[in-house]
Design a binder for this molecule. Structure first.
Ligand code: BJW
Ligand code: ZN
Length: 231
């Protein structure tokens, strides 16, 4: 199985959360943007920020690392891809059905009745960092639409978490790529695999808490290390 985090998309120009200079949480307050309380307090601030991030992802392209992951999946049928990322770069690189543990920028839903809502059209005007944009209203119950991502303090989507635990429990090798391993319960997935006897291979330019869990640490950026692995 393959388990990915924000570092996977860093070389596509999508910022990570915790990198020292470029991480989103260095520049933005997670409590004010990525919690249910923040959305209740200032829905337009939160919605505007996610519209800006969705727009940035639309302009980004999958990198050689995403393509290498897709190549692994095609070469080894049955490889499960679990991602913490809310972008769609794995899909666009040709990965079949990645499981999104932390939701998606492209799956907004009603904050009250949870029905899916349409993704806004970028033609409506380019979203700008920091601009408040009132969220659209649900077509069924008129409550504000919310981003379809998992905020701090929220449960992960049950089916996605089940799929991740199932894959970690039954795989013989887990390749973890570009995650700090700090956010739970996602960070438990490589630990579960290691505990049940799978080999864990990590790709990351920096040290992480998963270094001790991994049998092999490939210290480098995903877009360079992964193509070398599959070639
Ligand atoms: C490269 C690279 C290159 C760079 N190539 N690599 C204390 C202890 C334990 C837990 C908690 C605690 N206090 C609170 C909690 C719980 C909390 C948590 O874990 N907090 C910790 C931060 C302390 N967890 C939650 O709240 C979760 N829910 C929960 O626990 O619910 C309980 C519950 C149960 C039942 C009912 C109700 C509730 C939810 C977590 C949701 C996380 N959401 C986010 C935001 C998503 C939306 C958005 O995008 O805005 O998900 S936070 C953010 O972190 C995002 C990511 O998916 C997630 C993980 O980050 P990731 O991917 O690892 O990125 P980084 O930036 O951290 O690391 C990047 C890595 O890449 C680095 O290592 C770089 O070196 C590397 N890198 N360039 C390869 N080129
Ligand atoms: Zn609704």
């Amino acid at each position: 199985m393959v388990f990915t985090g924000a570092g996977m998309s860093a070389e596509s120009g999508v910022p990570t959360f915790r990198d020292a200079l470029t991480g989103l949480w260095q520049r933005y307050d997670a409590q004010a943007l990525a919690t249910p309380e923040a959305f209740r307090a200032d829905p337009a601030l939160v919605w505007g920020w996610y519209e800006w991030r969705r727009h940035a992802v639309r302009l980004a392209h999958p990198n050689a690392g995403h393509r290498a992951v897709a190549a692994i999946q095609h070469r080894v049928p049955g490889t499960v891809l679990i991602t913490q990322n809310v972008d769609d770069l794995h899909e666009r690189a040709g990965s079949p059905a990645p499981v999104h543990l932390h939701g998606s920028l492209f799956a907004p839903r009603c904050s009250a009745c949870a029905r899916p809502a349409p993704v806004s059209d970028d033609a409506e005007g380019e979203p700008v960092d920091g601009r408040r944009v009132p969220p659209p209203r649900c077509a069924h119950c008129t409550a504000p639409v919310r981003p379809g991502v998992v905020w701090f303090g929220e449960a992960l989507p049950g089916a996605a978490l089940d799929a991740a635990v199932e894959a970690a429990s039954s795989c013989d090798l887990l390749l973890t790529i570009g995650t700090s391993g700090l956010v739970y319960p996602a960070a438990e997935i490589p630990q579960v695999a290691a505990r049940l006897g799978a080999a864990v291979v990590q790709v990351n330019p920096e040290e992480t808490p998963l270094d001790g869990v991994a049998e092999v640490n490939l210290r480098g950026p995903a877009a360079r290390v992964l193509p070398a692995l599959v070639d």
